[in-house]
Design a protein around this ligand. Structure first.
Ligand SMILES: [Zn+2]
Length: 76
């Protein structure tokens, strides 16, 4: 492989990474997510949020048009 790597990680570093991964697996198995984990927010907004077909932003109507890109919305 052409991939360049620096010095191989030490055993202690690997153990530290393994412990971190075990912690994440445990959180996934128990359905919890750690603080600052983006997955919790993503799961919340899987609810139906209408988005503008023009700009893809969450739809905010203004005078029958998208407030962001001014696309006419009478077709949707
Ligand atoms: Zn738009």
């Amino acid at each position: 492989m052409a991939r360049r790597t620096a010095a191989p990680p030490s055993v202690a570093a690997l153990i530290t990474r393994l412990e971190g991964l075990e912690q994440r697996v445990l959180q996934l198995e128990t359905g919890r997510v750690g603080p600052g984990d983006g997955r919790a927010a993503v799961a919340k907004r899987t609810r139906t949020v209408r988005r503008c077909p023009g700009c893809g932003l969450p739809l905010r109507r203004r005078n029958g048009r998208c407030a962001a890109c001014k696309r006419p919305l009478d077709s949707i």
